[in-house]
Design a protein around this ligand. Structure first.
Ligand code: NDP
Length: 477
């Protein structure tokens, strides 16, 4: 069967209300940061989208002071039922401005509009709705009566889900009565600064949320600041380790959500067509820039050839190109650096003897793109089986018995997520108990809900985000 031809269906870029210049947000106002301005680009075209003012170390201090004052004088004293009203307002404003946020996110990050529109932005709103519901019920969260907030939270987020990671961090912090200084990633600061406008629209008291665009050194000085009570970080394991060292010996609380190398395990009794969709979603969603991506496919030997054939057919139907086109399945890689990292790891796969198959789909000649790629005959010792590629590259390994599947799935320094595909409920429960992963999906993959805690083991970090358990990260309990 041939692949359908689709006419272009681009979303209008005008919806993003792109400005020439964006500024840091401190104490309820947009201010001229005293850092060196950065230019954020559209990774699909390499054109400059906007200039963004950045924070300096002294701006970090000003923002922390504003957050401390807001914490002491307003936010920690406000009844939970009042805080909830602000969170509900923010959630509704995210919904109201959802098209603008979705287009802006796709422009700045490179992700397909259908993902920012149907996944990132609605899930960000859902996190605020969910946590608004907790704000006046903290006494019943299981942490004893009147659980207290921690104070000022320093939050550092990556570029793969800019608005969604902001929501994961800010919503629980505010619901529990903390104030926030957040640093977005250098390559994707725009939706965080529109979120700052939303805070103004919601009439959030000044200083409760502060947003500081800047490079890694601004993240580091936020971590170092002596008046910050809690650090929440999502990003690479290397930077996570650095932060843990920095925080050691201080009274700061820390949660780290780091990398992953998830096993997606397919047994021979699995509904294979359904599994193929889950495998594709697991690794090609968001160009594979997903910490919990199902980047290692473990498939039972008896169905390996069939799965590989079906998978190649399905992957060859994915459309790669303009992130703003509603038919696009795979958008742009977020930066030239990330593209070079993916290329380097793919070359190591070739050199170590894995069998590479790359989709023959047309790839745009401008911008940072990488065609979906599947490696067969992967051995556990290869770099592509051990390191986080963070791109649209799948490594396929095989197994014979459930015990072998567990041993291989757990043979990783990470432990963030895993998937199991089988029709046997008992096997799902047995496997889920054996797998050292914070999240285990059964006959599905990449499902997110604000009520479900998310987080890892080992080098994937510690602490949970979301759900009742996630509140603990922001409470003095
Ligand atoms: P980083 O961990 O460097 O970036 C995450 C955030 O931390 C960014 O806001 C970054 O700022 C900031 N940061 C950088 N250095 C420091 C520091 N010393 N102290 C405090 N904050 C700091 O990830 P990269 O963007 O460099 O990506 C590298 C690799 O990490 C990827 O290839 C991928 O494998 C993995 N990764 C994993 C993610 C996950 O969700 N688990 C998310 C992102 C990346 P700035 O943007 O200015 O560098």
């Amino acid at each position: 069967m041939g692949i359908f031809e689709y006419a272009p269906a681009p979303e209008s870029r005008a919806i993003a209300n792109l400005k020439d210049h964006y500024r840091p947000f401190i104490n309820g106002e947009f201010v001229d940061g005293s850092g060196e301005p950065l230019k954020t680009i559209n990774p699909a075209t390499e054109e400059v989208l906007a200039e963004v003012g950045t924070a300096s170390v002294s701006d970090v201090d000003t923002a922390v002071k504003a957050a401390r004052k807001a914490y002491n004088t307003v936010w920690s004293k406000m009844p939970g039922s009042e805080r909830a009203k602000y969170l509900f307002r923010i959630a509704r404003l995210i919904q109201e401005r959802s098209r603008e946020l979705a287009v802006l996110e796709s422009l700045d990050n490179g992700k397909p509009i259908k993902e920012s529109r149907d996944s990132d932005v609605p899930t960000a709103a859902a996190h605020f709705f969910y946590h608004a519901g907790w704000a006046d019920k903290l006494d019943y969260a299981g942490y004893g009566p009147n659980p207290r907030p921690l104070g000022v939270a320093g939050q550092i987020i990556p570029w793969n889900f800019p608005l969604l990671m902001l929501a994961w961090k800010i919503a629980p912090a505010l619901a529990t009565g903390n104030t926030v200084v957040l640093k977005p990633a250098e390559t994707t600061p725009l939706t965080a600064l529109v979120f700052a406008e939303i805070c103004q629209q919601a009439e959030l008291p000044p200083g409760v949320v502060n947003i500081l665009p800047g490079a890694g050194d601004i993240g580091a000085s936020l971590v170092e600041h002596s008046d910050v009570d809690k650090i929440a970080f999502t990003g690479s394991t290397d930077v996570g380790k650095l932060i843990q060292r920095q925080v050691a010996g201080t009274a700061k609380k820390l949660t780290l959500e780091l990398g992953g190398k998830a096993a997606n395990v397919v047994f021979d009794d699995a509904p294979l067509d359904q599994a193929i969709e889950g495998i594709v979603n697991g690794i090609f969603f968001n160009q594979g820039h997903v910490c919990c991506a199902g980047s290692r496919l473990l498939v039972q030997e008896s169905v390996a050839a069939e799965v590989l054939e079906k998978l190649q057919y399905r992957v060859s139907t994915l459309r790669i190109g303009d992130p703003l086109d509603k038919n696009t399945d795979i958008g742009a890689i977020n930066s030239a650096e990330q593209l070079a990292k993916i290329q380097g790891l793919v070359e190591s796969g070739d050199a170590e003897g894995a069998e590479r198959w790359t989709s023959p789909c047309p790839v745009p000649d401008r911008g940072f793109f990488f065609a979906p790629t599947v490696f067969a005959n992967v051995q556990q010792s290869m770099r592509i089986a051990r390191e986080e590629i963070f791109g649209p590259v799948l490594s396929v390994l095989t197994f014979r018995t459930p015990e072998e599947a567990v041993a291989k799935a757990n043979n990783t320094p990470y432990g963030l997520s895993a998937g199991i595909w089988t029709e046997k409920g008992s096997r799902i429960l047995w496997m889920a108990n054996q797998l050292r992963a914070g999240v285990v999906w059964a006959n599905t993959f990449n499902r997110f809900d604000p009520a479900a805690p998310f987080g890892g083991y080992q080098e994937s970090g510690f602490g949970r985000e979301g759900g009742r358990t996630g509140l603990e990260a922001y409470l003095n309990v």
